[in-house]
Design a protein around this ligand. Sequence first.
Ligand code: R5P
Length: 294
Amino acid sequence: MADNIGNKAAHDYHLDIAPAQEGFYVKGAAHSDWGMQNRLSRIFNPSSGNTVMLAFDHGYIMGPTAGLERVDLVIPALAPYVDVLMGTKGVIRSCIPPTIPAAKCVRLTYDSTVLYDDMSNGGGFSCDMENAIRMNADCVAVQTFIGAPGESRSLELLCRTADASARYGIPTLGVVAVGKQMERTERFFLLATRVLAENGANIVKSYYCDGFERVAAACPVPIVIAGGKKLPEPEALEMAYRAIQEGAHGVDMGRNIFQSDCPAGMAQAIGKVVHEGYTAAQAYEVYEEVKNRN
Ligand code: R5P
């Protein structure tokens, strides 16, 4: 068994060599079944290879988060500007019209709420695969607590989901949680993202960090970055730009879109960075233009 003392440090990420992905454009999915590749094509734009996922699952632990007080008013209006809507079964069913063409990523796990604030048991299943299929999910998401007390249980939930979703050709999104006591270092994200991919995640949601290009290179499946707490728009766009330039395949962003002064402008600006390679400054002009028009 591998141990954590005396190991030779990983160092050679071959950053100048593209990953082997003959036959299909999504990283790590060249040998997947047709159904899996078809769903991945709904998530990752075939032209850019990247995705804008809009996360609005915050209420499952936080209740009515700022900006998401009325999901039914906010999220459907943003759907035309994103590739994927990520939420819980309860809110997708109750607030998102089924006629919306964006792909859906359904969260399958619950965690402790902010009132109890104890992630040590690693959470549990909030939605089973049959229910996700009934909702026509294009992707299912599981939160993991790497390096924290809930690690073992959350990895079990990930492994069980990855096996069940593979049976039906549905990609699993493994979410790297960063709790209060967890590091946000290159070393942590290298380990956490790789562990999730090794345990079957087809897509990994993580955070941007210094050294991100090594994190992305060492992860055999696409990484999408979360936005985290609300930043000024230019900073959020800069973070997204750097992440894409350093190997991320998109964002799974929430608060930096729906808490913006102009969520539609921010969603469109992020889309320009993710799909068209705009710099943060160029994308900010798009944001301002949409904001001034509204
Ligand atoms: C985290 O577990 C949730 O999936 C959030 O939806 C996620 O953190 C993305 O939201 P934000 O960009 O607001 O951090």
